[in-house]
Ligand binder design. Sequence first.
Ligand code: GLN
Length: 446
Amino acid sequence: SLRRIAQTDERIGAFLTLDEERARQSAAALDARLRQPGGEQGLLLGLPVGIKDNISTEGLATTCASRFLQGFTPIYDATVVHKLAAAQAVTIGKLNMDEFAMGGSNENSAYRATRNPWDVTRVPGGSSGGSAAAVAAGQVYFALGSDTGGSIRQPASYCGVVGLKPTYGLVSRYGLVAFASSLDQIGPITKNVEDAAYVLQAIAGYDERDSTSANVDIPDYVSALSGEVKGMRIGVPKEYLGAGIDPAVKEAVMEALRVYESMGAEWEEISLPHTEYAIAAYYVLASSEASSNLARFDGVRYGVRADNPDNLIDLYRKSRSQGFGPEVKRRIMLGTYALSSGYYDAYYLKAQKVRTLIKRDFDEALSRYDVIIGPTAPTPAFRIGEQIGDPLTMYLNDICTIPVSLAGVPAISVPCGLADGLPVGLQIIGKAFDERTVLRAAHAYE
Ligand code: GLN
């Protein structure tokens, strides 16, 4: 892994922090432990992993790709990092992202643009773009990302790898720097579905340190990969294949559906009628939550403090003006506006109601179908610079992933062929806590 990173990362730019020394030490410690009698082998023994830079790692810089947290080094590990260590994976560094996970191209990183390994003039997607690019470039065996409105699935789709957003609450958020707490989920980005099942096995489970962690039994994910989808019922939302979807992406998805048919599954067109309101609702809700969550960055408690403030208010103002990038500021302003008295009912409350309608769309469809299948993103990876000046176009890239996040259900993106030589992702969506079926469907196709 370290050799491969040295060879490729100047071109790809996936890593924000690489700690060779620490990686070698933990590998050596593992080695020593295994040589002792009775030394048990963990589920992810010796596998090099890269962690998205919004997940807390003790003693290893965690910046959320923000100037605000330049040089910030946490004093504790996120629960997922702790669980990976317990499974004997080896953390080797931190991966680039859009600042505070806001974005879909990695261009909002304050530090560097990550490039898509398939075509370095294109974005890797985002916000977990560093995680997806690192896996696609063979720099790490797997990576962790976070997904609030598509940030695991969309970059996985653009980089031709597998990305799984678990059911909200299945994986602990303790130590994940919060963006929109009612949506954020950590999940694996891997080369294939089997690896995703192994990593999920290692990181899923109840955590008393996360108040929204679900207290559910964790099933065996790996044994779900039977290769069987005979009789499986698939719903295909017409809203995910309509206007705005690149015809080559649609063709790749239709071809995948023919593969499912040939394996004995059945598919039907369905409707998720509130899809058209999902992006508007998401940007009200996610920005509102972000404006509240990011209030903690005040120049006092974490990260960078502005020089020479006149007084306390000036310290806040200067630190926040200097520390946050333009997209983060846009979200904070949107969210503060939506939550302000007089506007709360019209925006925030209304968006919550829309969220309920969207969730009902999924509940209804998933009561009749085992999984819902469509594209992960409407187009393949776009060019660096192409959309950065146009936030609304950028927001539309998440039209197929955001509704799933609002509903809280699990979904995976698996590679499904190419459009104009670039990877296309197939999105498979399942019932809450039914990751087994999602993984089984993905694995049989892959
Ligand atoms: N692209 C979406 C946004 O900018 C989703 C981000 C995410 O899932 N973290 O908010």
